[in-house]
Design a protein around this ligand. Structure first.
Ligand code: GDP
Length: 444
């Protein structure tokens, strides 16, 4: 599982909030400590961790109550949003030249997966309908040239080579000329890596870059190297100027530090990620999906969003006006009860996720059953009775009729009517307390 350790590290943070009613300055201290630890263990760089934890705590304390959403779920949501932001927010698309071939220069240390990425990228762009050409510029490893030729054949993309005797900048120049002659859409230039950064490599890259005037200069980094990857992106950007990074080996047991640190540390986005050795294992880097994977809680996130929506739609103005004028009727009652029931069934989904939700299936069934009973009775009411519950309060004959039509007892109907009036009273009391503010969460 990708970033499995980080995911379970964060899980212990949510667990500390079980049974809490709201997020407070005090009760987030421990969860924040867990988050901090989880990120450091994932090899995220320390300044990034500090800023992240600060941003999350600031928001957590200020967040209001959302009906039906538990504090641990709220914290998940905030962490998710901050993770997405940390990774650059939006997906960072490759840029293509407006005229002439798009030139993509690939740089990176030896063994990070640069040669593999060159061919993967050609394959990826070919699938988008672009014609490609590969240029073998890794002159220090004859095997790298052979490897690129083989991979090029595999993905059916021409590979331009001049062996190992020619200077990389010269190969780049010739390769580009060839690409223009062939009118290919994209030229991908593989370059020589070294075991470590050295001046020779940087000078060579600068030469190649000058010759190519590339549209994209992408640094290939290995996810297994954690925050070191982010440091490399920074260095290469300062030395030669890059447009982004490609993160490889995300399928291995990398801990997440690279994915989370690169953008924040270097200012440069991760544009693509490699997630395996096959040619098709290259994809855009989506910060939101990545955050979702790290949290492993897509369901919780959409639940919190839905709950917020329900609250916005149904609580706002409309209901407020009704309550102010004490006109809350059976139609509103039904709407209100249904929205709570909807959240009930979502809570059931949450119940399936380990460590989340404490509503038992039996409780949910019970709530759904009583909603069904109420619905039956409300449906047996005339439109006038729904709008004026007083009619039912005053007339046992009407209540008897409804009981008969819905197949319930008169006592059940009386209970329902009483419940509505109780709700009116409770809401009016709440309004009184609130001094014109918005409606607080109702206990349900
Ligand atoms: P280069 O020295 O940077 O050109 O690296 P190579 O392209 O030769 O790749 C080095 C090794 O990493 C090879 O065995 C590749 O198959 C492997 N590799 C590259 N990308 C990935 C990836 O995304 N996932 C995995 N698991 N292995 C990869």
């Amino acid at each position: 599982e990708m970033f499995g350790q980080l995911t379970s590290g964060l899980e212990s943070a949510w667990k500390k909030l079980k049974g809490e009613e709201v997020l407070t300055k005090e009760n987030i201290v421990e969860p924040m400590r867990d988050i901090r630890r989880a990120l450091l263990e994932a090899d995220v760089s320390l300044p990034v961790v500090r800023r992240f934890v600060q941003a999350v705590s600031d928001q957590a304390v200020g967040v209001g109550l959302i009906r039906g959403v538990k504090p641990d779920q709220q914290l998940v949501k905030i962490v998710n949003e901050e993770l997405v932001k940390l990774m650059g927010g939006e997906v960072s698309e490759l840029v293509f030249a407006k005229s002439g071939p798009t030139v993509i220069l690939l740089a990176g240390l030896q063994g990070v997966g640069k040669t593999t990425v060159s061919a993967k990228l050609a394959y990826y762009l070919k699938k988008q309908g672009k014609s490609c050409m590969l240029v073998a510029g890794d002159v220090y490893r004859p095997a790298a040239i052979d490897q690129l030729v083989i991979l090029g054949e595999q993905v059916d993309v021409p590979v331009y080579t001049e062996g190992t005797e020619v200077k990389p900048s010269e190969i780049a120049r010739q390769g580009l000329t060839e690409a223009k002659k062939k009118k290919v859409d994209v030229v991908i230039v593989d370059t020589a890596g070294r075991l470590q950064i050295d001046k020779g490599m940087m000078d060579e890259l600068k030469d190649v870059k000058r010759v190519l005037n590339p549209t994209e200069v992408l640094l290939v980094v290995d996810a297994m190297t954690g925050q070191e990857a982010a440091a490399l992106v920074t260095t290469f950007n300062i030395e030669i100027g890059i447009t982004g990074a490609i993160l490889t080996k995300l399928d291995g047991d990398s801990r997440g530090g690279a994915a989370l640190s690169v953008k924040e540390v270097s200012g440069k986005p991760i544009k693509l990620v490699g997630r395996g050795e096959r040619m098709e294992d290259l994809e855009p880097f989506y910060p939101d999906r990545m955050a979702g994977r790290i949290l492993g809680m897509g369901d919780v996130l959409s639940f919190v969003e839905k709950a917020q929506e329900v609250m916005q739609q149904e609580d706002a103005e409309e209901l407020q006006k009704k309550i102010m004028s004490a006109k809350f009727d059976f139609n509103d009652f039904l709407k209100q009860t249904r929205s709570v029931a909807r959240m009930g069934s979502m809570t059931r989904v949450l119940g399936m996720i380990p460590g989340m939700g404490k509503v038992t299936p039996a409780q949910v069934r019970e709530a759904e059953k009583s909603l069904k009973i109420m619905e039956g009775m409300i449906e047996a009411m005339t439109p006038e009775e729904r709008e004026k519950p007083e009619l039912l309060a005053e007339s046992p004959i009407r209540r008897k009729r409804i009981a008969q039509d819905s197949g319930k007892t008169e006592q059940q109907v009386s209970q329902l009517v009483a419940q509505l009036f109780q709700m009116r009273v409770r809401m009016k009391n709440l309004m009184g307390v609130m001094e014109g503010g918005s409606i607080p969460a109702l206990s349900n």
